[in-house]
Design a protein around this ligand. Sequence first.
Ligand SMILES: Cc1cc2nc3c(=O)[nH]c(=O)nc-3n(C[C@H](O)[C@H](O)[C@H](O)COP(=O)(O)OP(=O)(O)OC[C@H]3O[C@@H](n4cnc5c(N)ncnc54)[C@H](O)[C@@H]3O)c2cc1C
Length: 271
Amino acid sequence: MHIVVCVKQVPDTKIIKINPKTNTLDRRSAPAILNPYDAHAVQTAVSIKEAAGGEISVLSMGPPQAVDIIKKSVEIGADRGYLITDRAFAGADTLATSYALSKALDRISKEKPIDLIICGKHAIDGDTGQVGPGIARRLDIPPVTNVIEVSDINKDTRRVKIKRKIINGYELIETEMPCLLTVEKEINDIAYSPLPNMIKAARYTPIIWAVSDLEDVDRTQLGLKGSPTIVGKMFTPPKPEGGHMLDGNADDQAKQIIDILLQNKELFSVN
Ligand SMILES: Cc1cc2nc3c(=O)[nH]c(=O)nc-3n(C[C@H](O)[C@H](O)[C@H](O)COP(=O)(O)OP(=O)(O)OC[C@H]3O[C@@H](n4cnc5c(N)ncnc54)[C@H](O)[C@@H]3O)c2cc1C
């Protein structure tokens, strides 16, 4: 089993301040940390390795300081870490981020084929949850989001059973490997790191790649050039006023919605 976990360095959003003039995050106001969901993703990989054997690599795209979160991942239990860092990656939106990470994953899989890719459910700064599914689409492997349990990894049939959170419940599914999972925080508790891991992490030097180390890269799809997203404005949305709480089961709630719509039909242009 070769598991690759994608990890992102983020500002600690419990501390970060918003610049009231520009309405942007003042990244210098908060320390950079391993995205909390990604810590759970690494811990998931550690549990799978304990049950099924194998190796854990972590991969990050970010500035040179992102080596710190790779070391943190080694402390949790990763065996090795890759950082892709290059000016050409700067200004990437989720489309360009997933492209760059998929190219790095292509190179990693040439060194050692990948069975499972694990991401966090979302990054606490960008918060889109798009990068994991974006990578899966580019690598043409199944994405499974909001995962809360991974069980029955069968190395012979190359299938894995997964429990994922959905609205009002959960879903049990089985899929083929390689696949990509995005994990919720409740999938596990982060264990205290054993001393040998801490020593290994302190001495660990991640593998660092620039764009020129990756193969078949279309540079127009990287960084700002490859990012069609435009941030028009950032603002705190006003608190919604009024509203109506529905009660009862789904049928009761549907009836209540129809009543509300009928009472307010002059607001709609439906005859
Ligand atoms: C126009 C524009 C320019 C931007 N410029 C920059 C910039 O210069 N620098 C910058 O830091 N951000 C920049 N961003 C933000 C950047 O697009 C997102 O932070 C990034 O694409 C990840 O999206 P997200 O935070 O929503 O991650 P999500 O999709 O919420 O993350 C889900 C999971 O994907 C994985 N993941 C996400 N990002 C990474 C990563 N970098 N490395 C490894 N795994 C990852 C993690 O497992 C994470 O838990 C820019 C955004 C826009 C719209």
